[in-house]
Design a protein around this ligand. Sequence first.
Ligand code: DO4
Ligand code: MG
Length: 254
Amino acid sequence: MHRMKGLLERADLADELTRLSAAGLTTHALDSVRLLTPVESQEVWAAGVTYLRSREARMVESEFSASAYDRVYDAERPEIFFKSLPDKVVSPGEAVGIRRDARWNVPEPELALAINSAGAVVGFTIGNDMSSRDIEGENLLYLPQAKIYASSCAVGPWIVVGPTEDEARQWTIQLEIRRGAETVFAGDTRAGQIKRPFAELVHYLFRSQTFPNGAVLLTGAGIVPPDSFTLEAHDVVRITISGVGTLENTVSIV
Ligand code: DO4
Ligand code: MG
């Protein structure tokens, strides 16, 4: 059953959702249900080095790859990479993974675009592009291993329909990492710091590529914990985007 695909394709989606919410359907309190990721049959892709902060962090992490990150920030073609098959996306409340063969693991809190098969941005959600920075930093050719492994991508808690890009760019993105009772990292940025227009990122995603079920595109990370920080099993990662909500996941070793 692919209900999201049908919804993403509707030209009148916002009106349809308003109509449905006024139609007297059964409702459930949010805290009485377990939310699944809003990704059903959509591949998840991700843009990289879209914030100055990301460019800086990658250049520090790897002398070997520094010039590649430096160049791609200003290049006409953005960095875009495959992130997750739909079936592998982690839902809110489930555990995201850190690789057992990596020493330096971080979450990447990212505004995510929900896109239909025609390449129109239909809504916004939150993505966590979990990454192993030591593997990525050792050699750029290891990027797929640093980025694409079991439970490396969480998306949710839902898709917000209606806001324009200008409105979304006003939103703040916050990352909080808790270890037991302690907050071990907190940081924030604004979606307005994303260097490229969303349409440009989507344009490159759809170049010589088709997405019959639509796609989700993570727009890059603008919050990077200090280089001394690495995630541990049982940490809790909370990503809040002001216009969307909060995506919370625990961390486990995979
Ligand atoms: O090439 C490195 C990955 C960049 C990335 O995922 C980001 O900037 O968010
Ligand atoms: Mg990223």
